[in-house]
Design a protein around this ligand. Structure first.
Ligand code: PMP
Length: 389
């Protein structure tokens, strides 16, 4: 069987070999970072070096970085932590959340749970038919009870970039209206899918809590962060040993954090190169598609260069992904009919008619280690599969 062409970077990026070497080396560190003896101090130093690297990448201060087990925990902890920290202004007050309707499940499902428990109310804002949420629609959904506005930077299904700076303006305007003694309002932004190809520091400058995950930026799985701007109300719901300045308890994933730091350093140095590579891959990909599979339709506005959602009108996305897998190409399927994947369907339903959203398509995502010929071979395979469909 031929080797697999991995074209699913949005699901997870390959580990950069330089990161793997750092993770392996960190595995030999013995101490607990909370221990005061020399072994502990050595590990603490490694964790803090990584913190400085992650902070630099985000244009943040190291003290604002709170390590988590990934973006799922970061998103969920951010929502719950902000709600827990905000004092209700009166007895029958229910905090209000404004969120885009195509947030990742880690945000969406946590919001659903909070609402079911009576801890919050939510207004969802649908993206426009280009896969972008209008900042004006977010602004219009904000009420005097809104405590959290949650909009991702890049949608994980379509790759579309959301207008974070304009949304932040609406949040800042509402904060100013309420005055210093008023109810807080927090802008929470999931930047996971932006990390590998957008200079996130400019978006991060507008956001109160930004969440990222190492395994979407050539780092290890199971580690991520919330960047919390000082002054943002936040009280963790999980208690413990006081790690991460009391904002996320539990012994740190040291090897993962060290790898995260190295991944951040590499990205800081090499992102321009990565972006140029992804743009050139995308150009070649679109050219080959236009020549060989003109029936393939791109879905959503052009977004980050490494994520392309494609559909072949006569073929179902899940069937296409299975056939591509059999031909040794790894891509993700997305459709409105996938059980338990409500968010993916929201993104597709926003940009497609009902029938097309139901049939879905495939998300092709690529980056640092993708070779142009992999995408060209993919297009040939797609042509063969779809020629008789
Ligand atoms: N947010 C987005 C937009 C994602 O794509 C993902 C990963 N699929 C997550 C959050 C969750 O990240 P993690 O895998 O680190 O829990």
């Amino acid at each position: 069987m031929s080797t697999l062409a991995y074209l699913d970077y949005a699901a997870t990026t390959p580990l950069d070999p330089r990161v793997r070497a750092a993770v392996d080396a960190a595995g030999a560190l013995v101490g607990n970072p909370s221990s005061v003896h020399r072994a502990g101090r050595e590990v603490r130093a490694a964790v803090d070096r990584a913190r400085a690297s992650v902070a630099r990448l985000l244009g943040a201060q190291p003290s604002e970085i709170v390590y988590t087990s990934g973006a799922t925990e970061a998103n969920s902890a951010a929502l719950a932590g902000v709600l827990r920290a905000v004092r209700a202004p009166h007895a029958d007050f229910t905090p209000h959340i404004v969120a885009s309707s195509f947030e990742h499940a880690s945000l969406a499902e946590t919001i659903e749970t909070l609402c079911k428990d009576g801890a919050a109310r939510v207004t969802y804002v649908d993206p426009q038919n280009d896969g972008v949420v209008a900042a004006e629609s977010i602004a219009a959904a904000i009420t005097q009870d809104t405590i959290i506005v949650a909009v991702m930077l890049v949608n994980n299904v379509l790759g579309t970039v959301q207008p974070v700076a304009a949304i932040a303006e609406a949040v800042v305007a509402e904060r100013a209206r309420r005055g210093t003694s008023g109810l807080p309002i927090v802008f929470l932004c999931d930047a996971v899918q932006a990390m590998s190809t957008i200079a996130v520091s400019s978006a991060a400058a507008h956001v109160d809590i930004l969440t990222i995950s190492a395994h979407k930026m050539y780092g290890p799985k199971g580690v991520g962060t919330m960047r919390i701007v000082p002054g943002t109300p936040f009280a963790p719901i999980v208690g413990g040993g006081g790690q991460e300045s009391g904002r996320r308890h539990g012994t740190e994933n040291v090897a993962g954090i060290v790898g995260f730091g190295v991944a951040a350093e590499i990205l800081f140095e090499e992102r321009d190169k990565d972006v140029a590579h992804a743009l050139s891959l995308r150009r070649a990909f679109f050219d080959a598609l236009g020549r060989s599979v003109p029936r393939a339709v791109r879905v959503g506005a052009d977004g980050v260069p490494g994520i392309v959602f494609l559909r072949i009108p006569s073929v179902r996305g899940d069937e296409l992904a299975l056939k591509l897998d059999a031909a040794a190409f790894a891509v993700s399927a997305g459709s409105a009919c996938e059980a338990g994947k409500r968010r993916s369907s929201v993104a597709l339903a926003a940009v497609l008619d009902e029938q097309s959203a139901f049939r879905g398509g495939v998300r092709v995502s690529f980056g640092r280690f993708t070779a142009q010929n992999e995408l060209e071979d993919f297009v040939q395979a797609l042509q063969k599969i779809t020629i008789s469909a």
